[in-house]
Design a protein around this ligand. Structure first.
Ligand code: TYM
Length: 334
């Protein structure tokens, strides 16, 4: 392990099938970071149970998310890939940090406020506390950078506040993490309602594209994507549906907004949409094939998450012990 490399930590909840938003906003960027950083990528199953999960589906999805990481180009030889519940230091660290976090801070989290509106009184305490668990995920590895989509920025900022508070109260313990948000694709929007983010928990399947959607489904969803009556491909806030499709194309093919505007000038939306669908399919089809192969090899997957958890546990325990000591706990007898 190279001590000089900065540490990266990120994760995705296996609470629904992963979307193109998860791919562009997170996974695609993670792949690029592997050579220059010490990367830990986690399937955050403890976070998934903040909303009710069917046990069988949770098990399947957890493995599928791991397979998607690998199929997308995250190399288990370079990065540490693991399942969150295999490293108990996350839960333990989360509890400790709960005692250094204010109710007021948590009730200001936008994502919590949105979900509280949706679930009303039957919202779980886990949904309220989950940013603290996320802070523990990040801080127990002394993470420098957290590559996430824009929707998670506020949670990373809370992790910074908690880290600073703990460091000031005792003595420097945690590295202060920074959110690392890509310039394009930081927020892929819903295809049916481009004012909200594309989300795996959306009720309308036409609003999102799943990483595992077959090509014909992808084509259909892009064809149906809401645009506008302007009829011109422009990168503008006045045309949020078109802008979102352009962002997808920019993120996947590396072109620029100007090039796209020029290419489709005077042509309406049909050809543009076809090319967006082609770009998505070209990106996802090989990944889907590889996911299926990886999922068929359970021994391989197991060897990846076993080695990953061992390495992660070793790193996390060092920080957890430090926290316990500073707080004033008696170290366990040897
Ligand atoms: P989750 O599972 O909701 O999303 C996983 C990642 O995908 C990004 N993302 C998007 N990016 C662009 N456009 C979208 N429409 C879109 N939808 C999702 C998210 O920003 C995220 O990067 N709490 C986190 C998981 C987590 C975590 C962590 C992340 C737990 N512990 C520690 C980083 C570090 C979550 O619910 O992400």
């Amino acid at each position: 392990m190279d001590k000089r490399k900065k540490v990266i930590f990120s994760g995705i909840k296996p609470s629904g099938d992963l979307t193109l938003g998860n791919y562009i906003g997170a996974i695609k960027n993670w792949v690029k970071l592997q050579d220059d950083y010490e990367c830990l990528y986690c399937v955050v199953d403890l976070h998934a149970i903040t909303v009710r999960q069917e046990p069988k589906e949770l098990r399947q999805r957890t493995l599928e998310v791991l397979a998607i990481y690998i199929a997308s180009g995250i190399d288990p030889q370079k990065s540490t890939l693991f399942i969150q519940s295999h490293v108990p230091a996350h839960s333990e660290g989360g509890w400790l940090l709960n005692c250094y976090t204010y109710m007021g801070e948590l009730s200001r989290m936008t994502q919590y406020k949105d979900k509280a509106q949706r679930y009303g009184d039957s919202i779980s305490a886990g949904l309220f506390n989950y940013p603290v668990l996320m802070a523990a995920d990040i801080l127990i590895y002394n993470t420098d950078l957290v590559p996430v989509g824009k929707d998670q920025k506020q949670h990373v900022e809370l992790a910074r506040d908690i880290a600073n508070r703990f460091n000031n109260l005792y003595s420097p313990t945690f590295t202060i993490p920074e959110p690392y948000i890509a310039t394009t694709g930081q927020k892929i929007m819903d295809l049916q309602d481009p004012s909200k983010k594309m989300s795996k928990s959306d009720e309308n399947p036409n609003g999102y594209i799943l990483i595992m959607d077959p090509p014909e489904v992808i084509r259909k969803k892009i064809n149906r994507a809401v645009t506008d009556s302007v009829g011109e491909v422009h990168y503008s806030d006045e045309q949020p549906g078109v802008k979102n499709l352009m962002n997808i194309l920019i993120s996947l093919s590396g072109t620029t907004a100007e090039e796209i505007e020029k290419k489709y000038a005077g042509k309406g939306y049909a050809e543009f949409k076809k090319d967006v669908a082609d770009a998505i399919i070209a990106e996802l089809e090989p990944i889907q094939k590889r996911v299926k192969e990886i999922l068929a090899d359970k021994d391989y997957l197991e060897s990846v998450y076993k080695a990953g958890a061992e390495k992660a546990q070793y790193m996390a325990l060092k920080t957890l012990r430090k926290m316990q000591k500073k707080i004033g706990f008696i170290p366990p007898a040897k």
